[in-house]
Ligand binder design. Structure first.
Ligand code: NDP
Length: 336
C-alpha cells in the first residue's frame, strides 16, 4: 500500500519534502469495516490548510499521519452489511492506494448512485464536493436573482467554473476573474460567461467597471486579498458575498492585511458569509439531482486536469497555486 504521510508543515509553498513516501502492507478489514481502493484522489486547496496548524474547521493532519484527501474509490472487500464488493464510494480518506473505512476505527464513506447517472470522473468534478460548494454557496448564500450581476474569482477552477454556469442558468450576468487569457477564452467561449478578466494583466478596478456596468450584486469569493479589495469598490446596495475560500492567503508566511475597502460592506449594507461545504452534507442529494441534470443537458460543462499516478501527487498539488491547470485537479491512482 503506497502512501504519502505528512513529514513537515510547509512554510510558504508546499514542497515535495513535506511528504514522506512509504510502502506498507494492504490493511485487512475487521468486522464493520470495508477496504477501499483509491481510483481518483482529489487535490484541493484545503489540503494546504490541513497541512498547517493554523486555526481551521477540522483538526490539521498530524506529522506522521497519512495525508488526508478526498477519494473516489471502489470497495475491494467488505465486512460491513451496508457495503458490497465493487460498490463505488467517496469519502475523506487519504493519499494512499488502499484505506479502511467505517467500523470503529475507519473513516466515513458514502455510496455513489447506482447506476451512475454520469461518467465516474464527473464525481471528481461538478458532482463532487467542489460542485456542491458552488451550488450551495451560490444559491443558498449568494441568492442570485435573474438579471443581477455575479462576479466569481478563481473562475476557471473547480468551484468557480460551476458557480458561473449555475448563475447563467439562473439568468444572471456572469463575469469571471482568472489568471490567463486562455482561461478567459474558455470561460466565455466554452462555458458561456458574459465576460472574463485576466487579473494578472488587467487593471482590475477599470476592467470590473467595464464588465459590470450595473455594479456587482453577488461576489463569490474564492481568493480574498487584492481581488476582493478591487471587487468591493464596485458592489451594489445589499450585495451578497459568499466567502468560500481565500486561496491568495494560504501560503502566506506573514499576517495578511484585511481589505482596504472594508468600509464598502458598511456603505452598501452588504452581507459577507463564510461557509464550509461539510455542513451541507445532509442536502447533497439536492445538488446531485440538479447538477446531474444540468451536466446531462449540457448546461454545465467541466474540465478535469487528471495527473496519472499517486507518486506524482506531491508535485501535482502545486498546480493549484501556480494556476497551471483548467477545471478540477485530481490524481488517477488506479483504473476505474
Ligand atoms: P481551483 O480549481 O480553483 O484551483 C485554485 C485556483 O486558484 C488556481 O487554478 C488559480 O487559478 C487560483 N489561484 C491560486 N493562487 C491564487 C492567487 N494568489 N490569487 C488569485 N488566484 C489564485 O480550486 P477549487 O475550485 O477547489 O477551490 C477554489 C476556492 O474554494 C479555494 O479558496 C478553496 O479553498 C475554496 N473551497 C472552499 C470550500 C468550502 O467549503 N468553503 C470547498 C471547496 C473549495 P488562476 O489561474 O485563476 O489564478
Amino acid at each position: 500500500n503506497r502512501q504519502f504521510r505528512l513529514a513537515s508543515r510547509p512554510v510558504g509553498d508546499i514542497t515535495a519534502s513535506n511528504f514522506e513516501y512509504r510502502e506498507e502492507p494492504i490493511p485487512q478489514p475487521s468486522d464493520g469495516e470495508v477496504l477501499v481502493r483509491t481510483i481518483y484522489l482529489s487535490l484541493d486547496p484545503t489540503n494546504r490548510i490541513w497541512m498547517s496548524d493554523r486555526p481551521q474547521y477540522m483538526p490539521p493532519v498530524e506529522i506522521g499521519q497519512v495525508m488526508r484527501g478526498v477519494v473516489i474509490g471502489v470497495v475491494e472487500e467488505s465486512k460491513n452489511p451496508d457495503f458490497q464488493k465493487e460498490d463505488l464510494v467517496s469519502g475523506v480518506l487519504g493519499w494512499q492506494d488502499y484505506a479502511l473505512a467505517l467500523g470503529n476505527t475507519g473513516l466515513g464513506i458514502s455510496k455513489l448512485p447506482s447506476p451512475l447517472p454520469c461518467p465516474l470522473s464527473a464525481f471528481v468534478g461538478p458532482l463532487g464536493a467542489t460542485g456542491f460548494t458552488a451550488y450551495f454557496g451560490l444559491l443558498d448564500i449568494g441568492q442570485p436573482k435573474s438579471g443581477e450581476t455575479i462576479v466569481v474569482s478563481a473562475a476557471a477552477g473547480a468551484v468557480g467554473s460551476v458557480v458561473g454556469q449555475i448563475a447563467k442558468i439562473k439568468g444572471c450576468r456572469v463575469v469571471g476573474i482568472t489568471g490567463s487569457n486562455e482561461k478567459c477564452r474558455w470561460l466565455v467561449e466554452e462555458l458561456g460567461f458574459d465576460d472574463a478578466i485576466n487579473y494578472k494583466t488587467a487593471d482590475l478596478e477599470t476592467a470590473l467597471a467595464k464588465s459590470c456596468p450595473n455594479g456587482i450584486d453577488v461576489y463569490f469569493d474564492n481568493v480574498g486579498g487584492a481581488i476582493l479589495d478591487a471587487v468591493l469598490t464596485k458592489i451594489n446596495l445589499d450585495a451578497r458575498i459568499p466567502l468560500c475560500g481565500l486561496i491568495s492567503t494560504y501560503n502566506a508566511t506573514e499576517p495578511v492585511p484585511g481589505p482596504y475597502n472594508y468600509s464598502q460592506i458598511l456603505m452598501q449594507r452588504a452581507r459577507v458569509q463564510g461557509f464550509i461545504i461539510l455542513d451541507y452534507s445532509s442536502r447533497f442529494g439536492e445538488a446531485i439531482k440538479d447538477i446531474g441534470q444540468w451536466v446531462n443537458e449540457g448546461k454545465i460543462k467541466y474540465a478535469l486536469e487528471i495527473v496519472e499516478g499517486l507518486e506524482n501527487a506531491p508535485l501535482a498539488i502545486l498546480k493549484l497555486f501556480n494556476g497551471n491547470k483548467i477545471g478540477k485537479l485530481a490524481v488517477k491512482v488506479s483504473e476505474e
